[in-house]
Design a binder for this molecule. Structure first.
Ligand SMILES: [Zn+2]
Length: 289
């Protein structure tokens, strides 16, 4: 039997077996990708099929017995059947698909070392393989933007950019306060618009980055003004310390046995705290407002 027919049969069986509308909806939303991965470190499965979905069984919090109980195990059973067929299973909320070639791109970090390997320009997704064929649009989309940076392995010098300065650090250790907004502003003050930030490394608590200028605008750089420009923002470490202190003060006022979540805002040095219901926690809504 052709692969697609087998997949269709499994989905149909799952829809028929599902006991809840939530279970049916999860099975209905399963997507298959036959184009493979465009994510460093991932090998394509031998079956050629990657399946994306929410594979968790549907569970409900039982307040009287104080525990979760499964109300629909169809999604989990479908996952097992697909795995048996050789499909690689992924979580659908962690992936998107390249609009050019259809390959799967990861949107959610796997570790602190992870870097985004795709671009999203005007809502259109391009994978690292497609961008590598001609990075011009990708690079131009990042020019003059202090909120975004190059996260792909692209030779910027080969593409017409000149390194202005590297070694910038932003993070939770004292002194790691380089602020791309201030750096971008310093360049704009010199009439430079074609600058690009590049993420050079990611650590557990910090990142390092560099700034590059397109060769067409290199002559505009005033070395003296650049050297004297403010590039550091307020202390990140100090903001974090104040936010953590605020969090522990506020956490102490919440019920001791609840699921309590604190969100620290390093910029203002404050924290928001809230108690999350077990159901919201299970549904992945702990961080939503
Ligand atoms: Zn692609």
């Amino acid at each position: 039997m052709p692969m697609q027919e087998r997949l269709d049969r499994i989905i149909a069986a799952g829809l028929a077996a599902a006991k809840t509308s939530e279970g049916r909806s999860r099975i209905d939303c399963i997507q298959f990708c036959h184009a493979g991965y465009a994510e460093p470190g991932y090998d394509d499965p031998r079956s050629g099929v990657i399946a994306f979905g929410n594979w968790n069984d549907v569970s409900k919090w039982n307040e009287a017995e104080h525990k979760f109980e499964t109300t629909d195990d169809a999604p989990g059973r479908i996952a097992k059947l697909l795995e048996k067929l050789g499909a690689e299973l992924e979580w659908s909320d962690e992936w998107l698909f390249c609009d050019d070639c259809g390959k799967a791109v990861r949107t959610s970090p796997t570790s602190y070392r992870w870097k985004q390997s795709y671009s999203e320009i005007d809502g259109s997704i391009s994978c690292c393989d497609c961008i590598a064929q001609d990075p011009t649009d990708y690079l131009q989309s990042l020019e003059g933007n202090s909120r975004r940076c190059v996260t792909l392995d692209i030779d910027l010098a080969e593409n017409g950019y000149v390194l202005l300065e590297d070694g910038f650090e932003n993070g939770f250790h004292y002194g790691q306060d380089a602020d791309p907004t201030l750096i971008g502003k310093a360049l704009e003050d010199q009439g430079i618009e074609r600058f690009i930030f590049c993420l050079d490394s990611t650590g557990q608590f910090d990142i390092a980055f560099s700034v590059w200028v397109h060769q067409d605008e290199l002559a505009k750089v005033d070395e003296n003004a650049w050297a004297n420009s403010a590039k550091d923002g307020p202390s990140v470490a100090e903001g974090l310390q104040r936010a953590l202190q605020d969090a522990s003060r506020k956490m102490a006022e919440l019920p001791a046995h609840g699921i309590n979540v604190a969100t620290c805002d390093v910029g203002t040095g404050t924290a928001r705290v809230r108690t999350v219901s077990p159901q919201d926690f299970l549904d992945g809504k702990a961080l939503d407002d």
